[in-house]
Design a protein around this ligand. Structure first.
Ligand code: ADP
Ligand code: ZN
Length: 611
């Protein structure tokens, strides 16, 4: 394997392999089949791109989306690797050129859609010298997966036609049925299964509950302000919300746009391209957005609503921090989300499965143990320590004896004969004086005003806790009214005590990662935090500006010129010679030659101006 490291540096600018990359590459070079499961950002591409450079012939890469192909081809070409895509979007004369170059053996990696592969099979592919066949996003083959594509099911033909060419199937979706399906449908021969850890330690995790629309928006605006000029995604359940949120962000001087299936393809393409090219910072989207996005510098993902399953959640937050740098995620959820998601699940035709998935998601949101442990556990991985990079780890909850609060709430529920929901309950406890309360006679209840001392949002939080602890339950069949459970009755009648968790302001919980915590966090790489008003910050700003200029000149996304990780390494190393610049992570031969001189000159300039 040692002979591959120089190639890794030469073409990709990296000195070491990520976990499992070396093993997978060895297998491919040994002409054996494999199935590779790695989380998004795990570094799947190198697993076939490096062997493609090492082995004689051309590698075929089957990829389901034209946007993904384009992105990969651009970044390969930027690294001086002859790569091309053949797809239906290209005009025929360009396709003809690509075919010519393939026949002359000039192309090391050829990207094809599944349909493209089938249509080129008889003529072009049978005349080429193939090194390997990579099937990217291989879960699309499975009806059980969430991105099933019928075209993928005919891919078994590659093994029939080219039995001697190694096949490597790759995906970030881990579940067992899908795995077996991929192996079976591709007719992989004695495949070795590679499963890397699904942990993404660079993503911080946090959850906020029970916020109203206005509060959520305020929290989002504040959150994004802390991520100035950074790219991020806000996922919303409803189309209308994507538009609302985008508009409010814009009025707050945050460059944002909406994306959902109701927009025209042209509008969607524009938003996607603006995002990829950093012309906007934030996309407010339904889940329709993201699959075709390889953008490595997405720094945050916010869920405006709770996703329906942990798989979906993990896939969506996984779009942040592909470059391995620190990125933040924030999820909001409310009873309203739960009600809606339960209805979707019930109407889905796979009622039981989807309900169970939703329950697991809910438990993740409501946990007071390390969230990452719950996630990893869900994906079948055990973790021995708390992560230090989730809101639970950073703000361990404080308990108090909340029996009296619980009694007040439960007694109000009983006295209204279990006919009220959360809103009305809090209004009664706080004696809101709303006309409806008088009409119903609730102002004459003994508990009317019994909880005046606590603000609305605090009561809401405690009621969520009471639900979670099983003192009350929501009757979903009956307009979500609250009912007291047998356990609740025990608290109500003083037979047992209730431990609640102290309310904290949202801002306290989602404040940025504390530095001293970071040291304890087991991280794949050290996280660098660039302090404000330092030479490092100035340098980073200048490097980003230069990268943006070059990206514009070359009509290329900025992250393809250099990833954020590469810029951070430049700031860290401050290389003043080309030799030193060559050591920067992500600088291979091509980029050294092409961009080295201007970047070194800029670093020189910034550092000497500082003196
Ligand atoms: P995936 O396809 O698994 O989502 P990618 O192949 O796009 O992941 O890789 C994610 C990021 O990690 C890219 O920015 C890539 O340049 C970087 N990367 C991959 N392998 C390495 C490595 N060995 N060392 C450093 N960075 C790497
Ligand atoms: Zn944690």
């Amino acid at each position: 394997m040692q002979e591959l490291i120089p190639l890794l540096k030469k073409y990709f600018g990296f000195d070491t392999f990520r976990p499992l990359q070396a093993e997978v590459i060895e297998r491919v070079i040994g002409k054996k089949d494999s199935l590779v499961l790695m989380p998004t950002g795990g570094g799947k591409s190198i697993c076939f791109q490096l062997p493609a450079m090492y082995m004689p012939g051309t590698a075929l890469v089957v990829s389901p989306l034209i946007a993904l192909m384009k992105d990969q081809v651009e970044s390969l070409v930027a690294n001086g690797i002859p790569a091309a895509a053949l797809n239906s979007m290209l005009p025929e004369n360009e396709r003809q050129q690509v075919r010519q170059r393939c026949l002359q053996g000039e192309i090391k990696l050829l990207y094809l859609s599944p349909e493209g592969l089938l249509s080129e099979l008889d003529w072009l592919l049978s005349r080429m010298d193939l090194s390997l066949i990579a099937i990217d996003e291989a879960h699309c083959i499975s009806r059980w997966g969430h991105d099933f594509r019928p075209e993928y099911t005919q891919m078994a033909i590659v093994k029939e036609r080219f039995p001697q060419v190694p096949v490597i199937a790759l995906t970030a979706t881990a579940d067992k049925i899908t795995r077996l399906d991929i192996i079976e449908q591709l007719k992989l021969e004695d495949p070795q299964l590679f499963i890397s850890s699904f942990d993404r330690p660079n993503l911080s995790l946090s959850v906020q509950r029970g916020l109203g629309k206005k509060e959520k928006i305020t929290a989002i605006v504040n959150f994004i302000r802390r991520h100035k000029d950074q790219s991020g995604i806000v996922y919303c359940m409803k189309r209308a919300d994507t538009e609302d949120v985008a508009q409010i962000l814009n009025t707050n001087n945050i460059r944002a746009a909406a994306y959902h299936a109701g927009l025209s393809p042209r509008e969607r393409d524009k938003t996607q391209n603006d995002f990829i090219n950093d012309r906007i910072d934030v996309v407010c989207a339904t889940i329709a957005f993201g699959m075709g996005i390889d953008k490595s510098n997405v720094r945050f993902v916010i869920h405006y609503n709770m996703p329906g399953s942990i798989e979906n959640y993990y896939q969506e937050i996984g779009r942040a921090g592909r470059d391995g740098l620190k990125s933040d995620t924030l999820l909001f959820y409310s009873l309203g989300d739960l009600v809606l998601l339960r209805r979707f699940a019930e109407e889905s035709g796979q009622n039981e499965v989807n309900m169970e998935k939703l329950n697991r998601m809910q438990r993740f949101c409501e946990t007071d143990i390390c969230r990452r442990r719950i996630l990893l556990n869900y994906f079948g991985e055990e973790s021995e320590h708390d992560c230090g990079n989730c809101d639970v780890c950073q703000n361990p909850s404080q308990r108090f004896d909340g029996s009296i609060l619980v009694q007040k709430a439960l007694s109000a529920i009983m006295r209204t004969e279990e006919k009220i929901g959360v809103q009305m309950l809090i209004d009664i406890l706080r004696a809101s004086g709303r006309a409806e309360l008088h009409q119903l006679g609730y102002d004459r209840l003994k508990t009317y005003g019994a909880g005046r001392d606590l603000p609305f949002k605090v009561w809401k939080e405690y009621i969520y806790q009471m639900l979670q602890l099983g003192y009350i339950e929501v009757d979903y069949a009956k307009q979500q009214v609250l009912k007291v459970t047998p356990l609740g009755r025990k608290v109500l009648f003083g037979e047992t005590h209730a431990q609640l968790t102290t309310y904290r302001e949202p801002e306290e919980i989602i404040r940025p990662v504390k530095k001293e915590r970071e040291k304890k966090t087991p991280q794949a790489r050290p996280i660098q935090v660039i302090a404000a008003n330092t030479i490092e910050e100035t340098l980073m700003d200048s490097l980003k500006q230069l990268r943006r200029q070059i990206a514009q000149q070359e009509s290329m996304p900025a992250y393809i010129i250099f990833s954020d990780a590469a810029l951070e390494d430049m700031v860290y190393q401050k290389p003043l010679t080309l030799d030193a610049f060559a050591n920067v992570r992500g600088v291979g031969d091509m980029k050294l030659q092409k961009y080295g001189p201007v970047f070194v000159a800029l670093i020189h300039h910034v550092l000497s101006a500082d003196k």
